[in-house]
Every structure is written in structure tokens, then in C-alpha cells.
Design a binder for this molecule. Structure first.
Ligand code: DLL
Length: 429
């Protein structure tokens, strides 16, 4: 499907629209959210000081802790009667972040997810099988209403029940499957165990998100299931899935729907904007949210913005796929490492299956890291040679060798059918 006109806006016109919406958002937040009013007052800033997006860096940043401190509804900008829906995002610790939507917010959400689906190649009249969890998690219902908005058929299976997923997609000829990247691999394994050839399943596109997916992992998904793997990104605090999505034409960066979300990239240590094209932490401002306007939200996600024209015709900026978060950084005996860097090196090696876990511990006050990796089912080389290659590559590329490297057989690392995959287990505290 052709992009909607707004997706291919003239960038000057887009900037004007963003500026107008930013002014409205700041005024709305100031008038209706005591947290923002107090913060702006303390900074000696009035909404009138914000003329347009060029002034955005004057505004305060919002952090995850602010959601926790204002739990449950301190950041809401509308009365209870106007809230049409609540979702929540659970962190590993503490209270969940509660997020809310008015009817208009839900319309915007459906619209941006429908755009994402269209960008992925999904079509009106097609069939989308949705395997994101329904409930407080934004994945299930977020995708669901986007599919309806697109005019496709949604099969609301939700997460888990993998054999049933396989049977349903075969019987109902689903074209598109939506799930986390780790679940896409689990689907392939389950289909194989059931006697299907995963490449022969009817789905031609998998729209994956909610957790990081490195390039080798994406290749594995595309190869094993013979699909286009399309990355969709989003977070509850901003709206849910549908902040940005790849187009199937380029599959090279996720178009951010900039008429609703204003992106910046900052240095995660200082919060200062980075040079254009440099990597840093994504900061997002909502431009149209009513129930929960959010100014300059520190997402924690690391990315780069690319303003070059895209072959699909969309002019909206592309963000690099997110393979790490600023707080994912592992510091092991002073060496800084991201789990995604390890994944990148390891999954590129022949014989390695895309399942691994990292365990961190302390021994005699020293950090120790144990890396456990699964071998492919039909491993056609010796485990010793594989182990040697993994250790050498890690040492060459990352100047790092795990204290313990375990190669285990296919299926030995637990799979999770629901929720987000966990690969790092830090037992140090
Ligand atoms: O995960 C929303 C979502 C649902 C996105 C379904 C895509 C598909 P939260 O549970 O609030 O919302 O988690 C948001 O998940 O800050 C990222 O760290 C991570 N994340 C989301 N999408 C991606 C992605 C949903 N495509 C947090 N790649 C975000 C990497 C992602 N990380």
C-alpha cells in the first residue's frame, strides 16, 4: 500500500506541524499535570517560552522514576471520566508504570499501528495472527486495533499455545504473524517438532518487537521461517507498539511517526544532544497525547537517527533498530560490554543456535561471567572446535573471554512462551 500523505510530508511542513503540536502539548501538560507545572515553575519556564521544536531542549526530561514516583495516576492530564483505557508496563522491580488513554488517544494509537502494519507490507483484506499478550501489556491490544484500523482480519490468539498457533495459521492461512523475536524462533522449533516444515507455513511476514533483535537473529528468523522479518518498536509510556516500524521496501531502520512523537538522541551520561547520526539514548516527546502527555522521555534505548530519504517514499526519520539499552551495560571486572555485542559475535558462528544466557556472579569479590550457548541441533563439527572458535572471536572482537563457557545441546536452554525473553541473570547483588 502507498504511504499516507503525512508519511511523505515535506519536512518543513512537518516541522511546523510538530511545533504547533508541541506548544499545545506543553500548555496541556502545564495546565493539567502538577508534576510538570512544578518542574517548569522551578526552572523559571513558562509554556510561552516554547515557540517550536527548536526550543525543545529547554524543557525538562521525564524519567522512568517519575512514573514510579507519581504512581499510579499523578502524570495523568485528564479526569477519570475521560480515561477510556489503562495499560501497565511491569519492570523487573517495584510498581508497574500505569499509562492511560482517552478515546482520541486510542484512535491515534490504532492509526500509528495501522501505518506500521502497512509499512511492513501487511494489506487490507489480509489476515494477521497476533501472538502478543493481551491484557495490561500494550502489545496485544495495541496490535489488535491497528489490524482492524488497517482493514485486515485479526486473529487474537495472544501469547503462548504454540501448537495451536501453528494449527490456526495453517488452517486460516494467516499472512502476517506478530510476536517477539524470541517467540518467532520458538514457533519455528515447535512447528518442526509437529512435523511441519516451518518454511512452508503460510505466513510471509513476521512483525517482531518488544525486545531487541540483532541482525544475525533476524537472519535466522527470516531463514528458518522463510519470511520478511519487520521490526516494530514502541513503549507503554509513549503509547505502546507503533512509535516506529520498518518498511518492507528497505528494511533498514524504523520510520518514527513524527507527527505524533518527537525524537531526540542524547548522550546517556550527560543528557546532552549528540551530533546528527551519532548513537545515543532515544528521547521521545508525545505531540498529540491527551491522557498522558510526556515531555522528553528518557527511553533508555540506544539508537541513531537517519534523516536520509528512504526508498519507500516516506520522509519520516528512521531510527536504527534497538539492540541495547543504556542500562543493559554489563561491567565485568571493569570491561564494558553490551549483551547485544556478545550476541552479534556468537550468533555469526556456524553451529551456534540462537539461544544463550549470561550469568554474572561474584567470587572472592571478583566479577565472574558464565556464558551458556546452545549448539545447533544437527551440529556437524566437534564441540571443542566450536568452543575454541567462540572464545577466539570473543577475545578478538570484544577483547573479552568469559570465565566459563558452556556449550549445551539443542533445547537445553529454557524457552519462554510468554512475555519477554530474559538472557542476562545478574546474581551479584
Ligand atoms: O514492549 C511495546 C511493544 C509491544 C513494542 C509489541 C513492540 C511490539 P513495554 O513493555 O513498555 O512496551 O516495553 C518497552 O521494550 O523501551 C525497549 O527497551 C523494548 N522494545 C520495544 N520494542 C523494541 C524493539 C512494549 N523493536 C521497551 N527492539 C522499550 C528492541 C524494543 N527493543
Amino acid at each position: 500500500m502507498e504511504p499516507k500523505p503525512v508519511e511523505a510530508s515535506d519536512r518543513e511542513e512537518l516541522r511546523e506541524l510538530q511545533s504547533e503540536r508541541l506548544r499545545e502539548t506543553v500548555a496541556h501538560a502545564y495546565e493539567n499535570v502538577p508534576f510538570y507545572r512544578e518542574t517548569l515553575d522551578e526552572m523559571g519556564l513558562s509554556p510561552d517560552d516554547i515557540d517550536g521544536v527548536e526550543d525543545i531542549t529547554k524543557l525538562p526530561m521525564t524519567r522512568k522514576e517519575d512514573f514510579r514516583d507519581e504512581y499510579p495516576d499523578g502524570l495523568f492530564a485528564v479526569d477519570d471520566e475521560e480515561v477510556a483505557r489503562i495499560h501497565a508496563s511491569s519492570g523487573t522491580t517495584g510498581k508497574p508504570k500505569i499509562v492511560s488513554y482517552t478515546d482520541d488517544d486510542l484512535d491515534v494509537w490504532s492509526e500509528v499501528v495501522a501505518r506500521s502494519l502497512a509499512a511492513s507490507g501487511a494489506e487490507e483484506g489480509g489476515t494477521v495472527q497476533n501472538a502478543y499478550g493481551y491484557g495490561l501489556f500494550t502489545g496485544g491490544l495495541g496490535l489488535h486495533y491497528g489490524v482492524e484500523e488497517l482493514g485486515a482480519t485479526v486473529i487474537p490468539v495472544g501469547s503462548g499455545g504454540t501448537q495451536r498457533q501453528v494449527e490456526l495459521m495453517t488452517d486460516l492461512e494467516s499472512d502476517v504473524f506478530t510476536c517477539t523475536p524470541s517467540y518467532a524462533l520458538y514457533l519455528a522449533e515447535t512447528a518442526e517438532e509437529m512435523g511441519y516444515d516451518p518454511r512452508e507455513l503460510p505466513i510471509s511476514t513476521i512483525i517482531f518487537g518488544a525486545e531487541p533483535c540483532t541482525d544475525p537473529m533476524r537472519e535466522e528468523i527470516e531463514e528458518r521461517l522463510d519470511v520478511d522479518g519487520i521490526d516494530i518498536y514502541g513503549l507503554s509510556e509513549i503509547i505502546g507498539p507503533g512509535v516506529s516500524c520498518e518498511c518492507h521496501e528497505a528494511q533498514n531502520g524504523l520510520h518514527i511517526w513524527e507527527d505524533h512523537f518527537y525524537p531526540e538522541v542524547v548522550d546517556p551520561r550527560t543528557g546532552e544532544p549528540v551530533e546528527e547520526g551519532e548513537e545515543g539514548e532515544l528521547v521521545l516527546t508525545t505531540l498529540t497525547k491527551e491522557a498522558l502527555p510526556v515531555l522528553r522521555y528518557r527511553t533508555g534505548d540506544l539508537t541513531t537517527l537517519n534523516y536520509e530519504e528512504c526508498e519507500c517514499g516516506r520522509t519520516m526519520v528512521r531510527m536504527d533498530n534497538v539492540t541495547g539499552r543504556a542500562d543493559d551495560l554489563l561491567i565485568v571486572r571493569g570491561v564494558n560490554l553490551y549483551p547485544s555485542e556478545i550476541e552479534h559475535v556468537v550468533l555469526d558462528i556456524d553451529g551456534v543456535a540462537p539461544h544463550y544466557r549470561i550469568d554474572l556472579d561474584k567470587e572472592n569479590n571478583l566479577d565472574v561471567m558464565e556464558l551458556t550457548i546452545e549448539c545447533e541441533e544437527d551440529l556437524d563439527r566437534s564441540k571443542q572446535s566450536l568452543e575454541k572458535e567462540i572464545a577466539e572471536r570473543l577475545s578478538n572482537v570484544l577483547q573479552f573471554t568469559p570465565d566459563e563457557l558452556n556449550l549445551v545441546d539443542h533445547g537445553e536452554i529454557g524457552r519462554s512462551e510468554v512475555g519477554k525473553v530474559q538472557r542476562v541473570y545478574d546474581h551479584r547483588n
